[in-house]
Ligand binder design. Structure first.
Ligand SMILES: Cc1cc2nc3c(=O)[nH]c(=O)nc-3n(C[C@H](O)[C@H](O)[C@H](O)COP(=O)(O)OP(=O)(O)OC[C@H]3O[C@@H](n4cnc5c(N)ncnc54)[C@H](O)[C@@H]3O)c2cc1C
Length: 492
């Protein structure tokens, strides 16, 4: 039978997950369809994790308004859902007095958007609070409300809570067809499943233009813009106290020094238009550009500090977000062009989508019981030693360390699987196992074994990020076959 819903969300990144969680407080039947093996495998996995204060957006832009509101809402959600959020503040620095008017303009525009606490700070302030910054920096705009969060753990917290409140999540369901009919839509997926729904929300990130085209809307174009980022060793955690930004240019906020909620600082990102939405390559040119720009801000940064790198692709469509009800297709909502600051703005986007749905006749009646809170699983890497010891005493599986670089236990990995992880990347994003200096060289086989046990799968079906990324192939197959020693270890 075709499942029927009030609202169907296409896309399980931070936007789709935030919308799902927001709508789950109402008496509605809701579904979210995601093409990948897990949520947060699109743009939402590869970003800087900054909860922007709203300082670098055009004064009258939708993204500026939603960024400022999102910054407020993320704090509340982080508390309700047990996500680690830290308000670290940001500094936009200048090297020349002649750039002071530009800094003042950013301040004025941000104040117009409602950003609070902005302050111009001078060289003496900077020398006290950020002693490692380049001493040629003459002043900075300090925005205390900037924060940091783990982008994927935020998505998982939102979606787990949405699910607890009744949202049905369908993974590996790539939407390939949408038909409008008198009472709503028939949405079809690649795996031949059909869904009936009254409303559709297009939150498909880089592919929002392709989803729009399925229903005949041709005027949305997503232009991929790649950003390379480089992660530094955790030893450099205290390199800076704040997020450090140069003056922004027309297309991007520039190369930053980023604090992350997991400790490792990052430098980046670049902003390069690319042909392919799947271009996640990092390049020598990107690395050089980032190193030179980061060292200009903070001369002690060294190439040897870099332990990992990645690239993300921004779904750019003009200069602003496109969030609207599609009048030509009643019941169809576009949430497209969600480039930066989409991570920050997502909870505000979700509220805006709720209002748009209401304007289009959807009744939003609060549920009598809404589970607002989520109990987060403990992570050894951010627990004080005494607390970690108590945990291990209560459950020795917390003392069985699987990932030595990041101190992740077997129990945390099992809990991650129980909460929805299906792949090695899913485990990495939830727990940090494999994210350290050895890149999983030590722990991958053990994690695969736990995944296989918990999901009741043969090891040959354990994947890195979904079908097609299997690690071990059956020796009768034609592809890669793990060396005998590795196979033996896995099968023990
Ligand atoms: C390098 C970089 C740094 C950034 N830094 C920041 C930052 O510090 N702070 C900030 O606020 N923002 C930042 N951003 C922006 C932020 O990451 C994005 O705005 C946000 O992640 C977009 O989320 P989304 O849910 O709209 O898209 P996505 O996360 O891409 O989610 C869309 C989902 O739709 C799925 N999908 C696509 N097609 C289909 C289909 N046919 N059927 C089913 N599912 C489908 C995809 O698989 C994907 O999971 C950054 C972006 C980049 C690239």
């Amino acid at each position: 039978m075709t499942p029927a819903f009030d609202v169907l969300i296409i896309g399980g990144g931070v936007t789709g997950a935030a919308i799902a969680r927001e709508l789950s407080q109402y008496k509605l039947s809701l579904a979210l369809l995601e093409k990948e093996a897990e949520l947060a495998f699109g743009v939402s996995k590869s970003n800087s994790g900054i909860i922007h204060p709203g300082t670098q957006n055009p004064a009258d832009s939708l993204k500026g308004k939603l960024c400022v509101e999102g910054n407020r809402l993320v704090r509340q959600l982080a508390m309700e859902l047990g996500v680690h959020f830290v308000e670290v503040g940001e500094l936009i620095v200048i090297f020349h007095e002649q750039d002071r008017p530009a800094l003042l303009r950013i301040k004025e525009e941000a104040e117009h958007l409602g950003v609070s606490g902005l302050e111009l700070v001078d060289r003496t302030w900077l020398q006290t609070h950020e002693p490692l910054l380049n001493s040629d920096i003459v002043a900075a705009l300090f925005a205390p409300t900037a924060g940091i969060i783990s982008p994927y753990r935020f998505v998982y917290a939102l979606s787990e809570n949405a699910q607890r409140n009744g949202v049905e999540i369908y993974l590996e369901h790539k939407v390939t067809g949408i038909k409008k009919h008198s009472s709503g839509f028939l949405v079809r997926t690649e795996n031949q499943v059909a869904f009936q729904t009254r409303y559709v929300i297009n939150a498909a990130g880089l592919y929002a233009d392709e989803i729009a085209r399925l229903i005949g809307i041709q005027n949305i174009e997503i232009h991929p813009r790649k950003g390379e980022e480089y992660l530094l060793d955790k030893k450099q955690e205290h390199l800076t106290r704040h997020l450090i930004f140069p003056l922004p240019d027309k297309t991007s906020k520039g190369i930053l020094i980023i604090k992350t909620s997991d400790g490792n600082p990052m430098i980046g990102p670049t902003a390069e238009p690319v042909e392919s939405k799947e271009d996640l390559t990092t390049t020598e040119a990107g690395l050089n550009k980032i190193l030179i720009s980061a060292q200009k801000l903070l001369p002690t940064i060294s190439k040897e500090d870099i332990i990992a790198y990645f690239a993300g692709v921004r779904p750019v469509s003009g200069n602003d977000f496109i969030i609207r009800h599609e009048a030509a297709v009643p019941g169809f909502m576009q949430v497209a062009g969600i480039q930066s600051p989409g991570l920050t703005a997502a909870p505000a986007i979700a509220k805006m989508v709720g209002k748009l749905l209401q304007e289009q006749g959807l009744k939003l009646k609060k549920k009598r019981i809404f589970h607002k809170q989520r109990q987060a699983s403990p992570h050894l890497f951010n627990l004080p030693l005494a607390q970690a010891n108590r945990l291990i005493h209560r459950n020795p599986a917390f003392g069985d360390i699987v990932c030595r670089c990041e101190m992740v236990s077997a129990q945390e990995i099992r809990e991650a699987v129980q909460q929805g992880a299906r792949t090695l990347d899913g485990i990495k994003f939830r727990t940090r196992a494999q994210a350290g200096r050895c890149h999983g060289g030590f722990c991958t086989t053990r994690i695969m074994k736990i995944l296989a046990e918990e999901l009741n799968l043969p090891l040959t079906e354990v994947t890195k990020r979904g079908p097609g990324s299997e690690i071990i192939m059956d020796c009768r197959g034609t592809k890669f076959c793990a060396p005998t020693s590795e196979r033996d270890a896995n099968e023990k």
